[in-house]
Structure formats: C-alpha cells, structure tokens
Design a protein around this ligand. Structure first.
Ligand code: IVH
Length: 672
C-alpha cells in the first residue's frame, strides 16, 4: 500500500474505531464485537508503524500507556474548580431557592438535576477538538497533570466527535469536566483478585479510582477499569453554553458519557420528588452515589449569582441521610456464626444511621481491631449503607479519656466453651470447631429458613430460639418432623399460628437445588454461587460427588469456594444431615433436562415477575431443555425483565444486542 492509500485507510480506521468507542461508551450499544474492533486497532497500528508520520494524536493507538512518570506537573485551572455546599432536606433546598430568588429577582429559575457520582473530579482540555491535557481538581486553583494516565481511559475521547449543531466546540479551547469512577462490580472483582493473590484490599471504589489516577505508572491505569462521565462544559465565551441542559446534550454529542437521568425541573418540590425516587434506585446504579447535584439551569443566572467561599451560590449538593455517624463502643462481644467463625462485635451506644437505629457493628476479626486500634469505650465512626451490616470504620483516639480498654480475644467459644481454633484456609479468623455449638445451630437453622434459602414463612429468629429451647429441633432437618401439637404447647404459638408454621415448613419439602444448596450454609457459598452450582450440576448427588477441579470449572467458583464445598461434603456430620433430610422426604426437586423445544436456548431473568416466581421460571426453562443463567453473556439468548430489573443486566444485554423481552413474551415462549 502506498502512502496515499495508507493515509486514507488510516483515516477510515481511526474513524471507525472512534465510532465504535462512541457507541460503546456513550450510547451503550455495540456496532461490532470487541474482537473485531481489536483487529481493526491492530491493522491501524501496523500501518502507523510503516508510516509513523501519519500518526495523529487522537489515534486510538495513542492510548497505550507510556513509561513510568517522574512525577506530576502542577497546572493552574483556567477556571477554578469549585465544591458544593450540602443540604439534607426539602426545607434546606427551599431555603436555598429563597436565598437565590432574592439575589436574582424577577428571574424564572429552573433546576438542572443530576446524580452526584462518587469518584474523582477531572478536567479535560481540548484544543481545536484534540485532547491536550487531563488535570485533577487539586485545590481547585491548581491541579496535577495526569494526561498520560487518563489517556488510557477508553471513555475519554482523544478527539471531540464532529456532530451537526455542535461543531463550534471543535474550534478553540473546550474544557470538559466530569468524574472518573470505578464501577462497583469492577471494584469487587479487583478486590477478589487481590484477595486470592494475598494483596491488601482497597477500601472503596472512589479511593481506588483516585489512587489509580494519582500513581505514576500509566500501565496500571490501563489495567484498571475506570470510566469518565462528564458533567460540565466550559468555553472561553460563556454564551456558547447557555444552559446546563444544553451542556449535557452537547457533551453527549461530542462523545462523552453523561448520566441519562439528569433533567430539568421547574420547581424545587419536583427536584425533591426526584431525590426520593432515586434514594433506592441509586443502589442499582453501576457506580456509587451519595446524593444529587442541583444547579440553576440558566448559566447566565448561575454566573451572576457568583461564588461564596469555595462553592457557587447557584448550585448545591443534596445528600441522602448520613450513612456514617459517631458513637461510643460500650463493649466488644464475640458472636459465633453459622460456620463457627468467631466475629468480634461492637456493642454501641445506640445511634441513628441512614434512618435506622444501630446498636451493634461488626469489627470483622481480631487483626482488624488491632490494625484500627479500636478499644472498648472508644469513640468511633460507624458506617451503614443499604442492607449491609453496620461496621466500625475507625476509632477517634484524639477523644480518649484514659478509660479505654484493649480488647482481648477469648481463647474459648463464649457459647459452648470449646477452644477456638484457626484454620489454614482463613488465618485471620478464629472458629469454634464444635459442630453442635448452640450458636452455630441456631444461626444455621435461621439461615436455612431465610428468604433467600428455603423461605419458610413464620420461622424468624425468635421462633427458632423457642424451638431450640424446647429441644424440639437440633438441626434444619428436624423442622420437618414438627407437629402442630408440639408447637401448640409452646407459649409463642396458638392453634392457627402452629398449623400455619407446620404447613409453611411442609410446603418446602422439595425446594429448588439452588435454594437448598444455599440453605445448607456452606462457607463462602452465597446466593449467586448456589445458583451457578445448581445450573452446572443439576442434582445434589452430582454436586456431592464433584471434586475441587470439577467445582472450580464452574463460572463464578474459585479455588477457595471449591475447597469449602469439598470440605463441607467430606464432613460426616453434614452427610448425616443430608441423610436425615432424605429420610424425612426432603430433597431438592429434580428438574430433568429434556431435549425439549428450548434446548440450547439460554435465559437470564432480571427483576420480579408477576405470574411466576424465579424458581418456577428457572424450572420451567430447564424442563423444556433450556438453561437458566445467572448473568448475561455472549451466549444468552433472552434477557427477561420483570419489575425493577437490574440496570447492569439491561446495559450488558444492550451491549451484546441480546433480545430483551417482558414477562408476557416470556410466558408466550414457555407455553407455545
Ligand atoms: S457539577 C461547582 N455534577 O461533586 C461544581 N458535580 O461537590 C459543580 N460531582 O467536584 C459540579 N457528580 O467532582 C457536578 N453530576 C455531577 C457530579 C459532580 C459528582 C462532584 C464533582 C465536584 C463535587 C462537588
């Protein structure tokens, strides 16, 4: 190929790959497979190697990480990067509006509202459409030049996209600001990898993203899954961007990912409704958020309102109820879990966090207490988010009065007196080795009956304790021999509640394999792993027979989990329990794979279906020869969505062009 032809080809390749990037990162869709795009990149790199003078700075090949940096240069921001003042309630939002209404009288105020991403602020500078620089926020006036690092982030365009109506931004200086985030899933994966290789775990996605950008090896940045989402567009002539609404539309057209839920509201009460709507929905987002950003939509009014201290008057952050609070540790006790793990738990002066009262918080293990230097009587910061167990984040030693006592791990189980031991598999954790320890039995039975396991209604914590105290049960299999008469003799039960509970238990004699396996409470086997195991092995017998290698081959099962499963089925006491279930006629139902009409068809279900439970749907699919998968992959044929589906599954399906169907269509496939 001569140089002229090569030049044309290089231009075409560059455009196609950039288009692929834009569709993938901005529109959430895929115009070709990753492999195909990689192969085009390869061709481009080869041509550029032949004609190095044809390499453009925005060529996708120029994303490759360079050598280790000597340090970061400090660069002044052309326009200061501001912070936001926080508000926590509707009243505070209203007060803000009243205040600015006085400063901008006779102005119609509208509010541009977006989710506040929990990441690292970043400024990108484009000259004539080409990325020149990436800066961190720094102190707001001066940031650090992290260009070499951020160039490896694929969602950052190396050149602005040319789109009709927005080409003015390709001339002169254009600054784009946004947040670099790490997705929650990628963060968990990264920590899992680190755990298996014995590396220290990262605290949260934000710190990981910030730490990654601020280290000097661009290769490492390239390896970590980071994403950039834009929220601001600046020009020398501010009239180029009249509203924030227009800024977002422009950013999307120029090739940036922006939050799709961002919108304009005409009054602050509607902003508040939006905040309420997203309070729970935000937990399903790919990244962490702790609130909203609310800006006056009109940028002229915004500028006119000016800055006070570090924050503009024209914008605020609405923060959801605090997920952290400070309190005092009254005592540290040791709780014995279902698998015998001895977990130190802080007994707290009760404190309200994120709307609920917290009295206990986990301290994880002895080493963690030492590392964080947490003592009895210490003032501490406690964290709680969503359904997760509250935890003590750190102690506040500066508040000590001298009454604090160091915690000493007991040598014996506080429940049964057995000497605690450490196992090789997890050396940080002490365990009670007594399989009949009352605390283990109680938690095991409760776990077996819990919602995600057998889901036995009416068998909560207190009823399990009452049954154990009356010595009516000793293990989960004993539940199935309970009679109405036995229950009626206990204070907690009357005629109706006794027969209801017996009926609820008996309804669950043939659960799905996934629920039963999860219900056994095997160490490290969570809901998802149980589903993956059930999909792979189909019968409990096959699972019991499987060796560590067979198990580790299952997608989502690592060596540690595989070993825990083998260890579980090697224990005589567990085999006895299984035999007891069998004798009582309790066994996971067998769903035979037939060469039915759905043979070779793979389904994923997300959200709640109205007419059929997930288990029933999974069984129906398997019965017809199909496969029920836990996550969307290249081989998924349908994503079925019910109510409140997970946004990441939908995004993945869109990316892979997997057909998305609703419950009606799904039932149609099953029944026709
Ligand atoms: S707009 C004047 N929009 O929050 C600053 N900021 O506390 C206007 N942030 O430093 C920023 N998500 O890094 C805006 N959707 C969003 C945001 C967002 C996260 C960060 C940003 C800023 C900080 C302000």
């Amino acid at each position: 190929m001569d140089k002229i032809q090569a030049s044309k080809r290089i231009d075409k390749l560059r455009q196609t790959i950039n288009d692929y990037r834009y569709h993938y990162h901005v529109l959430n869709e895929s115009i070709m497979s990753e492999e195909a795009a990689d192969s085009l990149k390869h061709e481009l790199a080869q041509l550029e190697a032949l004609y190095p003078d044809l390499i453009q700075p925005d060529s996708p090949t120029q994303r490759v990480a360079g050598s280790i940096l000597p340090g970061f240069e400090s660069v002044e921001h052309r326009t200061r990067m501001l912070s936001l003042n926080d508000v926590f309630s509707l009243e505070e939002m209203q007060t803000w509006v009243e205040r600015i209404s006085k400063l901008a009288p006779d102005q119609e105020l509208t509010f541009f509202t977006d989710i506040k991403m929990d990441g690292l602020a970043c400024e990108l500078i484009y000259q004539d459409g080409i990325l020149q620089r990436g800066l961190t926020r720094g102190d707001g006036f001066v940031g650090e030049d992290v260009t070499a690092n951020i160039r490896t982030i694929e969602s950052i365009p190396l050149s602005l996209r040319s789109a009709p109506g927005y080409t003015q931004f390709l001339n002169g200086l254009t600054e784009v600001r946004g947040e670099i985030v790490m997705y929650k899933l990628d963060f968990e994966k990264l920590n899992q990898q680190r755990a298996t290789t014995g590396l220290a775990l990262f605290a949260n996605p934000r710190n990981t993203a910030a730490g990654t950008i601020r280290q000097l090896n661009p290769h490492l940045v390239g390896e970590r899954a980071l994403h950039f989402r834009a929220y601001d567009l600046l020009r020398e002539d501010s009239s180029d961007v009249p509203t924030n609404d227009f800024a977002y539309r422009s950013l999307a057209n120029l090739g940036f990912g922006v939050n799709k839920m961002a919108q304009v509201f005409l009054n602050i009460n509607d902003v508040f409704s939006f905040a309420r709507e997203w309070e729970n929905k935000r937990l399903d987002l790919q990244f962490n958020t702790d609130g909203l950003v609310i800006k006056i939509n009109d940028r002229q009014i915004f500028d006119l309102l000016g800055v006070i201290g570090k924050a503009p008057r024209g914008a605020i952050a609405f923060k959801y109820a605090a997920e952290q609070a400070t309190t005092k540790i009254k005592d540290i006790i040791v709780s014995i879990g279902r698998t015998g793990s001895a977990t130190p738990v802080a007994v707290l002066d009760p404190v309200i966090i994120a709307g609920s009262k917290v009295q206990m918080a986990t301290l994880h293990n002895e080493g963690e207490i030492k590392r964080k230097d947490i003592r009895i009587n210490d003032s501490v910061i406690v964290h709680k988010a969503g359904d997760i167990i509250p935890e003590v984040v750190q102690s506040l030693p500066q508040l000590r009065l001298g009454l604090e006592k160091e915690f000493v791990m007991p040598t014996n189980c506080p429940e049964c007196g057995t000497r605690l031991v450490k196992q090789k598999i997890d050396e940080a954790i002490w365990r009670c080795p007594n399989k009949n320890c009352p605390s283990r039995t109680w938690k095991q039975i409760q776990h077996f009956a819990s919602k995600e396991a057998l889901d036995i209604e009416g068998l909560g914590e207190k009823n399990v304790i009452a049954l154990l105290d009356a010595q009516l049960i000793n293990d989960p299999a004993d539940l199935y021999s309970l009679s109405i008469d036995q229950l009626k003799n206990l204070d907690r039960f009357a005629d109706i509640s006794a027969s209801k509970l017996v009926e609820a238990i008996n309804q669950k004699r043939n659960p799905s394999l996934a629920r039963f396996v999860y219900g056994l409470g095997i160490r490290n086997v969570g809901v998802q792993t149980a589903i993956d195991l059930a999909n792979s092995f189909n019968t409990l017998e096959a699972l019991i027979q499987a060796n560590a290698d067979d198990l580790a081959r299952v997608d989502g099962v690592g060596q540690v989990v595989a070993e825990a499963i083998v260890e579980y089925f090697a224990e005589p006491i567990n085999i006895q329990l299984l035999q007891k279930f069998k004798d009582a006629g309790v066994w996971p139902k067998i769903v035979t794979k037939t060469n039915g009409k759905l043979s070779g068809v793979n389904f994923v279900i997300s959200g709640t279906l109205n007419n059929i439970s997930r288990d029933e749907a999974a069984d129906a699919i398997r019965m017809l020869g199909g496969t029920f998968q836990s996550s969307v992959g290249k081989d998924t044929n349908y994503l079925v969505i019910g109510e409140k589906p997970g946004s990441s599954k939908i995004a993945k399906a869109k990316l892979l062009k997997t057909p998305i169907i609703d419950e009606t269509n799904f039932l149609h496939i099953l029944t026709n």
